[in-house]
Write a protein that binds this ligand. Structure first.
Ligand SMILES: Nc1ncnc2c1ncn2[C@@H]1O[C@H](COP(=O)(O)OP(=O)(O)OP(=O)(O)O)[C@@H](O)[C@H]1O
Length: 292
């Protein structure tokens, strides 16, 4: 994602004399980062997400940077004249994928979210939950550089919720940026690089450490690499702490929600890494900064 997406002194109000919903917002979204936005109802979270997704323009201030962006809106317009798979494949081609690849990706994402059985169902006939699965899949089908999620977990069943957490971890591990709003304060706990709170139209200071994994459950992974091998970059990006305990042997600490992505990066590396141990480790380490 090049370059950063940047909001400078951004303000937004609806109507010439409407109250300012946002004012003086400065925000940088860097590649490979996960950002959480919080705030009470009506504080402008969705407004800010739409500005980040470039679906809306600020009344004042500037937005610069144009990552390829996908957005899951708070309310997804499900009454579209497509089947679920047809809609996703269509969006895949809009994102620039060849038709056959778009159709394959559409089928894969429906499968991942447990909606494979509804591939041929017209969108208008999908249940609310299945329709939300399509809403989420449409944002993932094109591997966006920036993924903007507005309450995207709402309405999903437990399997699909976990799958979306994994998809978020995959995006950031691949160098994409993800920005999300969710009413569940434990969503992706420990994973965000930054959390910002909206209050009175302004963006409060980031409340998390600049390092990922400053809070929340973590998983410990012990892995041994090929002699002289370097850890796969995706594994280094995903981990909050990497220690070389002996030549070629590493102890990696990762937010629990990202452990699958880390393991996949290790196991699919060429040559693959040997994973010796995986165990939950309640709290993050006291000093999670020691990357090699
Ligand atoms: N298209 C619009 N036209 C007029 N006013 C709008 C529009 N969109 C949002 N607003 C107003 O802007 C304010 C912020 O709305 P927004 O939906 O961004 O807040 P939010 O923090 O996402 O709220 P919630 O938590 O309830 O989803 C509200 O007062 C809302 O009524």
């Amino acid at each position: 994602m090049h370059p950063d997406l940047r909001l400078t002194a951004v303000g937004r109000r609806y109507g010439i004399r409407g109250p300012w919903v946002l004012r003086g917002v400065d925000l940088v979204i860097a590649p490979g980062t996960l950002t959480r936005l919080e705030g009470a109802n009506g504080t402008g979270k969705s407004t800010l997400l739409r500005l980040l997704a470039r679906l809306d323009a600020p009344t004042e201030g500037r937005v610069t940077g144009r990552p390829r962006t996908a957005y899951v809106p708070e309310r997804f317009p499900s009454a579209l004249p497509f089947t679920a798979a047809g809609y996703l494949a269509h969006l895949g081609t809009v994102h620039g994928l060849p038709r056959a690849l778009a159709a394959r990706r559409a089928a894969d994402w429906l499968e991942r979210f447990g909606a494979g059985a509804y591939a041929a169902t017209p969108m208008a006939r999908l249940s609310k939950g299945s329709s939300q699965k399509v809403a989420v899949a449409q944002a993932l089908v094109g591997d966006p550089e920036l993924l903007v999620l507005d309450e995207a977990w709402t309405g999903l069943d437990a399997v699909a919720r976990a799958e979306l957490e994994r998809a978020v971890a995959e995006r950031t591990a691949a160098g994409g940026a993800v920005v999300f709003v969710d009413h569940d304060p434990h969503r992706l706990a420990g994973a965000p690089d930054a959390t910002y709170t909206l209050h009175d139209g302004a963006l409060g200071p980031r409340t998390d450490s600049a390092r990922p994994g400053a809070a929340g459950p973590v998983t410990l992974v012990v892995a041994r690499g090929p002699s002289g091998g370097r850890l796969p970059p995706e594994a280094v990006r995903t981990a909050v702490c990497v220690e070389e305990t002996a030549p070629g042997s590493h102890r990696l600490t990762v937010p629990a929600s990202h452990s699958d992505v880390l393991l996949r990066a290790l196991l699919t590396a060429r040559p693959p890494w040997h994973v010796e141990r995986v165990e939950p480790a309640g709290a993050p380490p006291p000093d999670p900064g020691s990357r090699p």
